[in-house]
Design a protein around this ligand. Structure first.
Ligand code: HEC
Length: 315
């Protein structure tokens, strides 16, 4: 009888937690799994997120007032990525960071779309000035340097510039975006496939919340693999205390030969079946360029085979 009421209570508690999805109760629940155990998901406190949001807002305001300006007037993008930042006190025509032609109002992003390979190269150069770059990969066939670029475009608004789960949108989201660098405590327990599936199919694809959107309609499979390699490379960076620390991350992730990766997916029937199922739910997939299961030519994308040569070696 006792155990029945315990089960009943547990069920009741869980239902309440689900009902109150937007409340604190939900955040404290042990919904995440690490080393086979249910754990509290690694997220920032509301207090930390409020401080982060205020810092972002201050930077955006400063830019709008020309104090530490966005070079091309796209503050919402620039203040998140650090791309195209102008030195304090300079003007658009004098002393700005030098990319593009201010008279045409062109931006890094504009060129990236208009001229994929050239724009990407310039964009990469910019973001590389402000972010770590890697000589090796921890996921065979995937390139962390490429993944980083996509992360900066699509993920920082929630997961934050340094992957600490503290982007400017994070405070408003429940459950909170994951700290993606909680390596030994959490992220290293996840298989490549779990991370790949969470990113491609969104939280719901791995029994998490739909607050984590599905990216399979925006990113090709190889892009997603590259992001997995980036997350692996940053696995235990922690809140960096200096820009040098952030630029020289040491990963605690141990590569597993048996784990699925872009080089062995093609022989993995389970993986391919799972992709087919997931892509049925992804309305934008199918027929177009975003074909599942691997590499699509374009921009500066490397073939997985070319990246694989670099595993454990210098690029
Ligand atoms: C709109 C906010 C938002 C954006 C944008 C976003 N995420 Fe998330 N992400 C979340 C939230 C919220 C969770 C946690 C879901 C939960 O706890 O149920 C999450 C969870 C994850 C997880 C799952 C970790 C685990 O516990 O298994 C991964 C991996 C991840 N995000 C990667 C990314 C990547 C890569 C991008 C960009 C392509 C991205 N996210 C963009 C909100 C976001």
């Amino acid at each position: 009888m006792k155990s029945y009421s315990k089960v009943f209570l547990q069920t009741l508690t869980m239902s309440i937690a689900v009902l109150l999805a937007s409340s604190q109760l939900f955040a404290a629940e042990k919904r995440c799994t690490a080393q086979g155990k249910k754990v509290e998901c690694p997220v920032q406190s509301d207090k930390a997120l409020l401080a982060a949001q205020e810092a972002y807002e201050k930077e955006a305001t400063d830019m709008a007032e020309g104090k530490a300006g966005s070079t091309y007037g796209i503050a919402p993008f620039d203040y998140l990525t650090g791309v195209g930042k102008r030195t304090e006190g300079t003007t658009l025509s004098e002393g700005d960071s030098g990319y593009g032609d201010s008279s045409t109002g062109r931006t890094e992003l504009w060129d990236r779309v208009a001229n994929a390979s050239e724009g990407e190269a310039i964009y990469n150069q910019w973001t590389n000035n402000w972010s770590p770059s890697f000589d090796e990969t921890l996921v065979a066939g995937a390139d962390p340097n490429e993944g980083k670029q996509w992360y900066y475009v699509y993920c920082i608004t929630c997961h934050g510039w340094t992957l600490q789960g503290d982007g400017p949108s994070a405070l408003a989201i429940d459950p909170k975006p994951r700290i993606l660098t909680a390596g030994n405590k959490y992220m290293n327990q996840k298989t490549n496939l779990e991370l790949f599936t969470a990113i491609k199919g969104g939280g719901e694809a791995v029994s998490l919340s739909s607050s984590m959107p599905a990216w399979g309609n925006f990113l090709m499979d190889q892009d997603i693999w590259n992001i997995v390699a980036w997350i692996r490379a940053m696995s235990d960076v922690g809140q960096p205390k200096s820009i040098e620390e952030y630029l020289n991350p040491k990963s605690s992730y141990q590569m597993s030969a048996s784990d699925v990766n872009p080089l062995n997916v093609k022989e993995n029937e389970d993986f391919l079946d799972a992709q087919e199922m997931m892509e049925i739910d992804l309305g934008g997939r199918g027929g177009g360029a975003l074909v599942g299961g691997g590499y699509v030519e374009g921009g500066l994308r490397k073939k997985p085979e070319d990246v694989a040569d670099k595993v454990g070696k210098k690029y």
